[in-house]
Design a protein. Structure first.
Length: 220
């Protein structure tokens, strides 16, 4: 259960840096598209995430408070195989691919202060993640989850985090699973360390990968 809920807990962060499967297979003889290659929709999702990542990383690098806030419409797709690989061995994934969408909103001044001040508590506005869980047959299940992460930064790195789960909208069977898992995390903060890890990975690795594309061109 914890690993299943974890897919949603870090969905916004993973959405900005989710890997795209390499197109190394010879190809589908019917469509001509390499097996494992991203679809045009997935490629468009990746480009939108990259643009948002550059906007965020530029603020983190320049620590400049003046300018527009972050407001990105992002989407990402996890294929069934990727999800199965990410889950614990004892957890079954009964669905197909997972397609998620969100409007990521972050205050520019808050991001800048998180990088500049010795200690800073970043409190985000509530975020909504909407996911379609594709079934082997039939119409996909639609799940909507609200979360409002709070992150403590020390010297430009995340040191603590809480997901702070909110309202869930989902079919009854999935709702029960998510409700129990998110309620448990709200009371125990089991997923906080994973959120910290993902944020620091984003700051170190993901921003480093786009440093030459940052408008500010000043990486500290």
């Amino acid at each position: 259960m914890r690993s299943f809920v974890n897919l949603f807990a870090v969905a916004l962060l993973l959405g900005l840096s989710a890997p795209v499967l390499a197109a190394e297979d010879p190809g589908d003889t019917v469509t001509g598209v390499p097996l494992g290659a991203p679809s045009p929709e997935e490629e468009a999702q990746k480009q939108a995430r990259e643009a948002c990542k550059i906007d965020i990383c530029d603020i983190l690098a320049t620590k400049e408070e003046l300018g527009p806030d972050i407001a990105c419409d992002i989407a990402w797709t996890w294929q069934e195989g990727e999800i199965v690989d990410a889950l614990d061995d004892d957890i079954d994934w009964p669905w197909g691919k997972l397609v998620c969408q969100s409007t990521l909103t972050l205050k520019r001044a808050s991001l800048a202060k998180a990088m500049r001040e010795p200690r800073y508590e970043l409190v985000t506005d509530p975020q909504t993640v909407r996911c379609s869980l594709h079934q082997k047959e039939g119409v996909p299940y639609v799940v909507e989850v609200k979360l409002a992460p709070e992150v403590t930064f020390k010297n430009g790195a995340a040191s603590g985090a809480k997901v702070k789960w909110g309202q869930i909208t989902a079919p009854s069977g999935i709702y029960a699973l998510l409700y129990v898992g998110t309620s448990l995390d709200n009371s125990t903060n089991v997923l906080g360390p994973e959120v910290v890890r993902q944020i620091n990975k984003f700051i170190r690795n993901d921003c480093e990968s786009v440093k030459d594309e940052l408008p500010g061109r000043r990486v500290n």
